[in-house]
Write a protein that binds this ligand. Structure first.
Ligand code: FAD
Length: 415
């Protein structure tokens, strides 16, 4: 690295991870130049409210910001909004922006996150077919989502279900179309999926699983909206607007173009280092080793973006520390708070603690007697304890775990 009197640490991507890296650099005492280059115009912001309170219209844009303008200025962090990086020249250690300008860096962090996966069928480019990833996306949805309108949500994952819950509460008629036999199939058990399906149906959502979209129906002229969706069971659903929530594609093209190793995410080590010693990466765009899971993963979670972001900052400062994290996640739907810790894939026993009908319970996932993951619904205290059980992969008697008369805390080692 060319040591300059005041080195420049550049961050590509002004999302949750990018902001965390910048903040942590300052917290660690770095007094060089910190520049965040963000393609979106807005200051770095939190995405979770986009499908929840912000979609509902209850929040001002500023409340989404990870750091307000004054905070960025105080920390002497330069934020350049609307600045898209189009090339990383690793040899010259320079970034090229879409407006043709260049920025030299000493150390670089890539925090480019992901983008919503697009549906690849004719008509998906029509003006009423929308994604849900950015503030701009939500503005478009809100413009069409008046009470009484018909929304069709494609995808029964977290984003689709959160959007369904928010919209139906506001009087929109919502249909959710999920191609797999159950919602949330990739992330939870059939029991928890069935619980959320019931909750959505009871709230008035027309939830259809195991259905494939065969085509969109629309008039020929370019601005014409999609009016109907045709399904594999030969049914036809009417729509005023459509939200596509079928997953996230990591933004790795820039890293790939620079010759960094990419494989379902930018490949980093447990200190967030890429294959270039002067470049780290953090957040949704990374494929990283997870000690707890004993394999590589690419996570899409705020917690990961924040913790990995902090690790990335320390590595940039030459103080690498192994980044360890038990994955956890949350989702708010209606009055319910789903919190998940660990990854339940591969469990051989499920233990339900509490009554699903009461809308507050915990599902523990065991593998060979050890707790490997848990989902709790509106049980925040149980979640705190479940995190400890999962982190320690505790062996717990399933009968005691299921018995609500046995305090969960008493199943953990004292202290
Ligand atoms: C609607 C919604 C709800 C969510 N709810 C939850 C939740 O409840 N709980 C949870 O844990 N997680 C949730 N998430 C996921 C969470 O928001 C993400 O995991 C998190 O935002 C990842 O942060 P990031 O910084 O890695 O990426 P992003 O937030 O995607 O930020 C990356 C930024 O980099 C910019 N960028 C990309 N390429 C370039 C370039 N070439 N030049 C300059 N800038 C570039 C992008 O425009 C973007 O602004 C939700 C996500 C969405 C969309």
């Amino acid at each position: 690295m060319t040591q300059t009197a005041s080195p420049t640490f550049a961050i590509i991507g002004g999302g949750q991870a990018g902001a965390e890296i910048a903040g942590e650099l300052r917290k660690q005492g770095f007094d060089g130049r910190v520049v965040i280059l963000g393609e979106e115009a807005a200051l770095p912001y939190k995405r979770p409210p986009l499908s929840k309170a912000y979609l509902a219209g209850g929040l001002a844009e500023e409340s989404l910001y990870v750091m307000q303008k004054a905070g960025l200025e105080k920390a002497n962090i330069e934020f350049r909004g609307g600045a898209r990086v189009v090339q990383i020249d690793r040899e010259a250690k320079q970034l090229k922006l879409s407006d043709g300008s260049m920025l030299a860096y000493d150390k670089l962090a890539i925090a480019t996150g992901g983008r919503a996966r697009e549906l690849k069928i004719p008509g998906a480019d029509r003006p009423n077919v929308l994604l849900l990833r950015t503030i701009a996306d939500v503005e478009k949805i809100r413009a069409l989502a008046q009470a009484g309108k018909r929304a069709v949500i494609i995808g029964g994952g977290f984003i689709g279900l959160e959007a369904a819950a928010t919209l139906v509460k506001h009087g929109v008629q919502v249909t959710v179309l999920e191609g797999l036999p159950r919602v949330l199939a990739r992330v939870t058990s059939p029991e928890v999926s069935a619980f959320f399906e019931r909750v959505h149906r009871e709230a008035g959502v027309d939830l259809r699983t195991g259905v494939q979209i065969t085509s969109f129906e629309y008039e020929a002229h370019a601005d014409a909206a999609v009016t109907h969706i045709h399904l594999s069971d030969h049914s036809r659903v009417e729509a005023d607007f459509i939200i596509v929530g079928i997953g996230v594609v990591p933004n790795t093209e820039l890293a790939e173009g620079a010759g960094l190793v990419v494989d379902n995410g930018i490949v980093v080590d447990d200190c967030t280092r890429t294959s270039d010693p002067d470049i780290v990466a953090a957040g949704d765009c990374t494929n990283h080793p997870n000690e707890f899971l004993n394999r590589r993963v690419r996570l899409e979670s705020v917690q990961n973006a924040m913790e990995q972001g902090r690790a990335a900052a320390r590595t940039m400062l030459g103080k690498p520390e192994t980044y360890k994290m038990v994955p956890w996640f949350w989702s708010d739907q209606f009055d319910l708070k789903l919190q998940m810790v660990g990854i339940s894939t591969g469990y051989d026993q499920i233990v339900i603690r509490g009554d699903l009908a009461s809308r507050a319970f915990a599902a523990f996932y065991l593998h060979e007697g050890h707790v490997i993951a848990a989902d709790t619904v509106s049980k925040p205290l149980d979640f705190m304890l479940a995190k400890k059980m999962v982190a320690a992969r505790m062996r717990i008697d399933p009968a005691q775990l299921a018995d609500e008369t046995v305090a969960l805390k008493s199943l953990l080692p004292a202290g």
